[in-house]
Design a protein around this ligand. Structure first.
Ligand code: SAM
Length: 214
């Protein structure tokens, strides 16, 4: 039964424009039902965000697929996620062969995500902290993905990107955001940062020193 609804979800993501077979395979592989409460398991493969503990959400599968496709993860890439939440996005990154570091500001969520990821065999380094400052100790990163909405792109995260690295982050007000793809490149011997914007997404707020106050 779950396999059928999973196939239906993959079909829907294809129709919505997700092209990366690697991303679609990762979504097919990860058991989303493991990252939600018992009463929501039957909805695990609906293309919707779902509530998790502490008033937070597990993002809509389309949003996860869209952001992951933009991140363009390659086997062995070092990737930092800000906003561990349920741990689902971290599992997707692991299925793509990344070495994953993830930061969550709410201890109850990071502890629970740690347990689930470990149970499912995903080795993710998780800490409870304000992720807007990044994780300097392990930087630079090939990719950084932020799964909560920021008022602007945090400079600490741009600093912690490798050359040719990508940062994918929702930016906007508290009600609606665009997803921003930030690339750090070298052009004419100079380090440059480029941005591409994709409108009309909605996330919970990124709360911290380089995010919202509350
Ligand atoms: N990636 C998650 C998943 O797969 O379930 C979804 C995350 S949820 C949409 C956003 C998360 O960002 C919430 O759990 C929230 O507590 C967390 N968050 C908000 N501000 C943060 C910050 N400054 N540092 C780390 N995590 C933060």
């Amino acid at each position: 039964m779950l396999n059928l609804v999973k196939k239906e979800l993959i079909r829907e993501l294809l129709l919505m424009g997700i092209k990366s077979t690697r991303v679609l395979n990762a979504i097919e592989k990860v058991k989303r039902e493991e990252f939600v409460s018992d009463e929501l398991k039957k909805m695990a493969y609906d293309n919707n965000a779902l509530p998790i503990d502490c008033n937070q959400t597990i993002s809509q599968p389309y949003t996860v697929a869209f952001m992951t496709e933009l991140l363009n993860v390659k086997e062995g890439d070092k990737v930092l996620e800000i906003g561990t939440g349920s741990g689902y996005q971290a599992a997707i990154l692991k299925e793509l062969g990344a070495d994953v570091y993830s930061i969550e500001r709410i201890a109850e969520l990071s502890e629970k995500a740690k347990q689930i990821l470990e149970k499912l065999g995903y080795d993710v380094k998780i800490k409870t902290d304000d992720g807007t400052k990044g994780w300097a100790e392990y930087s630079p990163f090939d990719g950084i993905i932020v799964t909560a909405a920021a008022p602007h792109v945090p400079q600490s995260l741009v600093t912690q990107l490798k050359i040719d690295g990508r940062l994918v982050i929702p930016v906007g007000d508290k009600y609606t955001q665009k997803i921003v793809l930030v690339k750090k490149i070298i052009e004419e011997n100079q380090e440059k940062v480029t941005e591409k914007h994709y409108p009309d997404f909605r996330f919970v707020p990124l709360i911290g020193e380089e995010g919202w106050d509350s």
